[in-house]
Design a protein around this ligand. Sequence first.
Ligand SMILES: Nc1ncnc2c1ncn2[C@@H]1O[C@H](COP(=O)(O)OP(=O)(O)O)[C@@H](O)[C@H]1O
Ligand code: SF4
Ligand SMILES: [Mg+2]
Length: 333
Amino acid sequence: MIERAETQPEKPLLDVKNIKKYYPVSSSFFNRSSGYVKAVDDVSFSVKAGETLGIVGESGCGKSTLGRNILRLQKPTAGQIIYEDKDITKYRESELRKVRKEMQIVFQDPYASLNPKHKVGEIIREPLRVHREGSKAEQLDRVKWLLEKVGLEHHHVMRYPHEFSGGQRQRIGIARALALNPKLIVCDEPISALDVSVQSQVINLFQDLQDELGLTYLFISHDLSVIRHVCNRVAVMYLGKIVELGETGDIYHEPAHSYTKALLSAIPLPNPLQQRKRERIILQGDVPNPINPPEGCRFHTRCPIATEICKKEEPKFEEKMPGRWVACHHHLA
Ligand SMILES: Nc1ncnc2c1ncn2[C@@H]1O[C@H](COP(=O)(O)OP(=O)(O)O)[C@@H](O)[C@H]1O
Ligand code: SF4
Ligand SMILES: [Mg+2]
């Protein structure tokens, strides 16, 4: 994989303010709401135009929910989503139509997200048809251009998704996401389902497309080594909350939250000598139930440095150093 060059883009394209998404859980017998899964619980960050912000955390911590709410595929329970200075939180479907062109998503499983009965040409052209972008001839030309951009051949338009490998299917998903010339793409575990051998090719494609088209990515992954290669900044999530956010290099070099430290300690290092020197932190217990998260700091049940205050008082998510946000009473860096 190619190491990402540091860029310092400035203008925020997206501002996420105190977003919450609670899913009601119904007790099966009476089918009445008996509580909530607090999938995303008071999350705030901004994404600058042209940057890649990583969202990392274990499965179930709320990454996909966050992505879906930002794109307004779901309505948040509370909070605001500001896209290019427009508050889109309460936009109706008709108002969302225009912003939807500019915000797209690439899913983990390209096969599940592509209609198996449609030929690739139709799949990529569909967003253009739905939004009535140009004449049919112009749409077909754009499909060819998109195929070239993602490294597929013109004649592939006549084939069906099942005739392609996993990596090629993800290229089809990317071409479709690019059809309407978006600015922001939420990439939700876009390489997790692919063979390791093709993962770096698809990552390189994302990076080439970003450089050429000036795209902004929200890159969701549970894999810290992938995040390290593609992201300018990283937000670490635990049980619906961001616990640490900062420049990728700084976070990997000196994590400030003990959850980040534990996640990093599990990544294998290329050099076995370094590996032996590094302390491996094994987290005790499972991720608690998001219906009933621990009081105080949600991580206190697993944190190796927790004290009394951690059990009682929730730590604020604060900027502890320029550009570094941490939610911890006893942060490390
Ligand atoms: N539609 C839904 N209804 C109820 N609970 C959900 C729904 N979608 C996700 N969840 C729950 O919300 C939490 C966060 O899920 P998700 O956003 O998929 O996490 P991640 O993408 O980090 O694995 C999980 O506990 C999950 O079971
Ligand atoms: S607030 Fe306490 S329990 Fe939470 S991460 Fe910091 S030290 Fe650990
Ligand atoms: Mg997910």
